[in-house]
Design a protein around this ligand. Sequence first.
Ligand SMILES: C[S@@+](CC[C@H](N)C(=O)[O-])C[C@H]1O[C@@H](n2cnc3c(N)ncnc32)[C@H](O)[C@@H]1O
Length: 272
Amino acid sequence: MTDHAPWIPVDIDVERASPARVYDYLLGGNWNFDIDRMMARQAIDRMPWVGDLARYNRQFLGRAVRFCAVRGIRQFLDLGSGMPTAKSVHEMAWDIDSGARVVYVEQEPVAVAHGGLILADVTGVEMIGADMRDVEGVLNHPTTSALLDFEEPIAVLMASSLHYVLDDDEAERTVRRYLDAVAPGSYFVLSHISDSGADGADKVKDLVESSKTTSSAGVARSRAWIEGVLSGLEVAEPGVVYTSQWRPDTQLRLVHDLPAHSSLLAAVARKP
Ligand SMILES: C[S@@+](CC[C@H](N)C(=O)[O-])C[C@H]1O[C@@H](n2cnc3c(N)ncnc32)[C@H](O)[C@@H]1O
């Protein structure tokens, strides 16, 4: 991986795993390095259903984007977007309206480089390299200003990304500042790893604990904390549930028949 393909920035540290690339590997993608695959395998050893966790989260995201689009949302701000892998948020939204606009925000350089390549000729969709905690920087970024109209509703997406903001107050403040900036009628889409479930909570704690010394450190939060972040919003049915339980397309199979094994609580909520 020293010979640099266009999607690999020249200054990338290939010895340091990244959540975006570990997640990409778990989803079966190719935009990852040995160190990412090693970390993914370690995670699988600790929590054998971690691949399901990734897939069920991505499927939740697809259903949530569709839910928003069907309700007339045409603008999406995807915070901690990861690689724009198939199916990307803009492709999901375009199933409903091909005019939907998407700003992807991602701090992982490989994801940003890859995103830049595949979005180069795509109209109405851009990726910016930024830390989503820099709310003013994201909102005032020229790309954001050019693509998103803050007088109109926007879906703010934080799918499996808020748990990388380790400080509780900062995480809550970050959400609030984005939601303050968007118009009434906007939506907030959230999925967040949680150790509140009875089934698998010990594995979640173990996984999160082991991540603390890595570049993929995350934090599991309680159901009460996650519900608190949604306060003041109209939480859509079925409320805060595991990703696999959020308006599933099929009742045929949930994660090993134990929804808690999707390990991420999820919700979609509307700003009144
Ligand atoms: C597990 S992936 C989820 C990707 C996508 N949102 C999804 O649900 O399929 C989490 C992503 O959040 C990104 N991320 C974490 N903290 C971030 C931050 N402070 N600013 C921007 N991106 C961040 C990581 O780089 C990673 O790509």
